[in-house]
Design a protein. Sequence first.
Length: 90
Amino acid sequence: MQSQFVENGNFTKWREVSITYTLDDPWLRQKLGFSQALIRLGGRNLHTWTPYLGLDPETNLGGAEFLTQGIDFFQNPEIRSFTLSITLNR
């Protein structure tokens, strides 16, 4: 293995965060017929702090296979995603 291709792979990742707001005002039942509404906003893979120069220090070409660990070539990093959900309770 060539040492010029080895680099620090330490990282800290903000993996997931979510916030939920519960709405249970009397007007919700009177106007819409629901006793409660839950509004949730969430995000995944929001930020990675690392000195690593590649796409993502957690990505790996061969998955869990031992012989290919640490090879960063032709793979995709984890995607950043956001979700919004609304739950209505009667």
